[in-house]
Write a protein of this length. Sequence first.
Length: 271
Amino acid sequence: MPEGPEIRIAADKLESALTTLPVVEVRFAFEHLKPFQNRFKGCGVQRVETRGKAMLIHFDNQLSIYSHNQLYGRWDIRRAYDYPQTNRQLRVAIHTEKTSALLYSASEIDVLTLEQIAEHSYLSRLGLDVLSSDSESLLEQLQSTPHRRRRFSSLLLDQRFIAGIGNYLRSEILFVAGLSPHLRPVDCNTPKLERLADAATAVSRQSYRHSGVTNDLDSADVLKALGQTYEQYRHWVFGRANEPCRRCGTGILQDVAASRRIYFCPVCQPV
């Protein structure tokens, strides 16, 4: 599933493609949304907002298209009406005179007013956005009563806690913070929680700015020059079970937490 950085990267591309010209046509695959199609004709896209893994395309007619890619959804930017050959199902098409933005395979799509956004069952329950929040706010969340007794392994995946963190970011943030996934906020002193809050913002923003690379950037450049693939040099620990830790050389462990795989170094992230 795309995580916050990937959704923000997609939003940047949509914003660049759609904000310069008025919309010629919008098409929805779902029947309950088709009555909205004509209401977008001639409208302009004001901005594209992300909230964690959700996206909101805001138009100047006071309507917004909400989408959540979930596991398989993907936006594709093409020349106007230039549809790719694909087995994916087209869910939304937004056309200007020069560009088409095509959303494939996503199942969670809606058209919302500003009032409906505020009351939306998913959006209204989201926690702080990991890409736009500051470390101090995240620290307050970690120390708050609803969260302080939950293991990091499940807490970091809860979008009501911090929105935008998914499976790879969870492992990478905990490694950079030097904290075991088995710990809870209540088990940690303030400096440790400050490290975690700093890591959450820094790792997520680096992933956004550097196309998903969460490893040390200088080390990643060296490994790339040595011929390693993107997946090989991309992360500190995620996807690297039994490979040596990039810091201490200990074999990286893989476990299952919150029904999803998690990776950590038992030496650099002691319990």
